[in-house]
Ligand binder design. Structure first.
Ligand SMILES: Cc1cc2nc3c(=O)[nH]c(=O)nc-3n(C[C@H](O)[C@H](O)[C@H](O)COP(=O)(O)OP(=O)(O)OC[C@H]3O[C@@H](n4cnc5c(N)ncnc54)[C@H](O)[C@@H]3O)c2cc1C
Length: 462
């Protein structure tokens, strides 16, 4: 089988990883100048760091499996989680049940309700019971307005902005369930992980090494990979996929094409989609994305002593401050202390047009709330990273919007972050999806089958 994979993020690399092992002929094209997509890295102080902060949970089995297959498992570090909440000028550690009980911004009753609710969700495995339920309403009914406004509401607003009230309970369930499953994997005991100390995973030297490993592995198996190669069109002839058109006008023939780009780019590469299948096209376009915008600073000293600090004040212009060097040592980056200030925003938010200086100016008073001594003279380097497909908006109708991996064109498959469900998107699930869709395509090729009627989960289960 001759396969073209479009997109050199971890989903595309996962697909190539699987296909070359199965003996197929693979070409992989990435539009940008580097591999990794949302996991791409830059050099900082002689070390290497993701442009968007990354860690793993213990339940991220698919990425752990690839690390093992690449012989990198020895370099996977499990580091005690060090997370906190910032509220009205104070940083509160929020690692375990003890921190929750000490969280005096809410009443004792609310603290107990927050703990019991997390425990309850931890035990629920059948997420379909939450289809059609709004997370905000469900959370309010369980922990009251105070618990919602001071703890979970900020998390929903942080990720989804104006869509927060409309987010599906399935998304929220996934966040809690998998997080506690992760703790249980560490031996959480009878309370299902509530009392266990969480550990987060990081690859020594950055996840760029995972990306490099997958690229090198595919090349070693004979795949052809190229960056700086935006696919312009998916070629369809006699009702099935025939290949892709490259920027130099050349058409590369293929039996199978697997696209891993965001939905809008996929639609652009296949302009005949609305005529081929109006319903697929409508659903594809009905999923909205939040932009990810991340201000990354390298400082000459620490900003706080917390790795992951969620900002709960509604007027704060960023939603989380991720101090990488409270997770991995500053000595890995030539002594520089690196902090990411992250925000997920609607496409019409003015921040998407601002430059790094303008964003810094907006954020500065709030950086000072995290540490009142903060001064611009501490900044050694600064970057601003944006991705318009940062986070799909998993609203309450999401299960009706999902498109299957098999597209209306036989031989053409789609595997992007909008199709990760019920889990929240993450590199683990993108790799898993890339590998599963590769297997699906290979099985269809063998059987000469291409039914477009299944949901992504049903297509790739197992
Ligand atoms: C701010 C942020 C923080 C995150 N933190 C974590 C975390 O802590 N842990 C975790 O596990 N995950 C995290 N993630 C999620 C994780 O990075 C993604 O789920 C995963 O990387 C998505 O991979 P992908 O291959 O599906 O998509 P992408 O990485 O978006 O890859 C798609 C690729 O397609 C390419 N492309 C687009 N158009 C074309 C074209 N025409 N031709 C060829 N190529 C094209 C793009 O350039 C891109 O490289 C985070 C994401 C963000 C934005």
């Amino acid at each position: 089988m001759k396969v073209v994979v479009i997109g050199g993020g971890v989903a595309g690399l996962g697909a190539a990883f699987e296909l070359v092992r199965d003996g197929h002929e693979v070409s992989l094209y990435e539009a940008g100048p580097a591999w990794g997509g949302q996991v791409r890295t830059i050099e900082v102080g002689g070390g290497r760091l993701e442009i968007f902060y990354h860690h793993l949970f213990r339940s991220d089995y698919s990425v752990i499996e690839v690390l093992e297959e690449l012989g990198l498992e020895e370099d996977l570090l499990w580091i005690d989680s060090n997370v906190g909440l910032h509220a009205e000028g104070r940083n509160y550690p929020f690692v375990g049940a003890g921190d929750l009980l000490r969280f005096d911004r809410v009443s004792l009753l609310t603290r107990v309700r927050l703990g019991l609710t997390a425990l309850w969700l931890r035990r629920i495995a059948d997420y379909p019971r939450y289809e059609g339920t709004r997370a905000a309403a469900w959370i309010r009914s369980r922990v009251g307005d105070e618990g919602y406004e001071r703890v979970w509401g900020p998390l929903l607003r942080a990720k989804f902005g104006e869509h927060a009230e409309n987010i599906s309970m399935v998304w929220f369930w996934g966040k809690i369930y998998l997080r506690f499953a992760s703790r249980k994997a560490e031996g959480g005991g009878p309370l299902g992980g509530l009392l266990a100390k969480e550990q987060l995973g990081y690859l020594r030297g950055s996840f760029g090494r995972l990306v490099d490993g997958m690229v090198a592995d595919a090349e070693r198996h004979g795949a052809r990979l190229a960056t700086g190669m935006p696919v312009e069109r998916i070629e369809v002839e006699d009702g099935r996929v025939r290949g892709v058109r490259l920027p130099d006008g050349r058409v590369e023939a293929a039996d199978v094409v697997i696209a891993t780009t965001p939905s809008a780019i996929f639609a652009k590469m296949l302009p005949q989609l609305p005529e081929l299948d109006p319903d697929f096209d409508r659903r594809l376009h009905s999923v909205q994305y939040q932009w990810a915008t991340v201000l990354m600073l390298a400082l000459d000293r620490p900003l706080s002593d917390i790795y992951w600090l969620t900002m709960t004040d509604d007027d704060c212009p960023f939603v989380v401050a991720v101090e990488q060097t409270n997770f991995t040592p500053a000595s890995d980056y030539g002594g520089k202390h690196v902090v990411y200030f992250s925000n997920y925003v609607d496409p019409h938010d003015p921040i998407v047009d601002l430059d790094v200086e303008q964003v810094l100016e907006r954020y500065e008073p709030w950086i000072r709330r995290v540490n009142p001594d903060f001064d611009r003279s501490w900044i050694l380097e600064q970057w601003l990273w944006k991705d318009r497909a940062g986070q799909p908006v998993v609203d309450v109708q999401y299960h009706e919007r999902l498109v299957p991996h098999r597209t209306p064109v036989p031989g053409l498959y789609l595997a992007n972050t909008t199709q990760i469900y019920p889990e929240d998107r993450g590199q683990n699930y993108s790799i898993r999806m890339g590998r599963r869709v590769a297997r699906l395509a290979a099985a269809d090729w063998v059987e000469g089958l291409a039914s477009p009627s299944l949901t992504p989960a049903a297509e790739t289960a197992g």
